[in-house]
Ligand binder design. Structure first.
Ligand code: HEC
Ligand code: HEC
Length: 197
């Protein structure tokens, strides 16, 4: 009886122990990221995205994506290629979990333009673009592999939409959606989703 209880403890306890032993990121690496992305990844500066509260799986995939300059913009390669190349999978995964766990910044909608952005976000564009919320979540909070958009820096959001439209950033989902939109619609979505404070 005692042996079987002990075995059961080992079987149930082992995965939990492995999870608890998962190492956190190196504080020096966090400090390096924070030089540009700010405390907890929350600083908003022109064309530098926030990382706080972003989906961990997305952050990890994006860090790997920077290693292939052909799949991103020159701006992304210029600022992130060197940093991303110096990380192994372990460090990238630990950093992704760290920034995902930081409290997210809420959106700060700018009326009246934001109302137009909200309509596109919730309903899409009939015949051309599905509702953004179907992938990014009802409040832009990230869902099923699509990143968090709410509270992101405005000019960064707008630049990514243009980059998807011009096929400079490769994404099978986003390239075809952005292709059907124009800069006025990008600005309206920015007004609805972003937070530049
Ligand atoms: C020299 C400044 C700088 C440093 C240091 C830096 N970043 Fe970045 N990071 C940027 C800029 C600028 C962008 C926007 C690139 C673009 O235009 O796509 C970016 C983009 C990102 C993105 C994409 C976010 C998104 O929403 O798609 C991730 C993830 C990221 N950085 C993670 C990190 C991590 C983790 C570190 C530390 C290991 C780090 N960065 C260090 C400047 C920096
Ligand atoms: C079919 C699912 C889907 C729909 C619908 C969709 N997206 Fe996306 N979106 C994605 C995925 C997946 C990514 C991540 C691409 C990558 O890994 O580089 C993404 C990335 C983005 C990014 C880049 C975010 C960042 O941090 O770099 C923006 C901005 C964006 N989407 C805006 C929108 C808007 C606005 C709409 C509605 C007009 C929309 N998306 C509709 C799936 C979708």
């Amino acid at each position: 009886m005692r042996t079987s209880l002990f075995l059961a403890f080992l079987l149930i306890g082992a995965p939990a122990a492995a999870w608890a032993a998962e190492p956190g990121p190196d504080p020096q690496l966090i400090a390096k990221c924070q030089e540009c992305h700010g405390p907890g990844g929350s600083r908003s500066t022109p064309a530098t995205p926030r990382l706080n509260g972003q989906d961990a799986g997305y952050l990890f995939r994006r860090l790997n994506g920077f290693l292939d300059p052909g799949s991103g913009t020159p701006h992304a390669t210029e600022h992130m290629w060197q940093t991303a190349s110096s990380l192994g999978d372990r460090a990238a995964s630990a950093l992704a979990r760290y920034f995902a766990a930081q409290p997210a910044t809420p959106a700060d909608p700018k009326m009246p333009l934001a109302a137009r952005g909200e309509k596109i976000y919730r309903q899409g564009i009939v015949g051309d673009v599905p509702a953004c919320q179907s992938c990014h979540g009802p409040a832009g909070e990230a869902r099923a592999g699509a990143p968090r958009l709410a509270g992101q820096r405005g000019d960064y959001l707008e630049e990514q939409l243009s980059a998807f439209m011009l096929q400079m950033r490769v994404s099978s989902d986003m390239n075809r959606h952005a292709w059907h939109m124009d800069p006025d619609q990008f600005r309206a979505l920015r007004a609805y989703l972003s937070n530049d404070r």
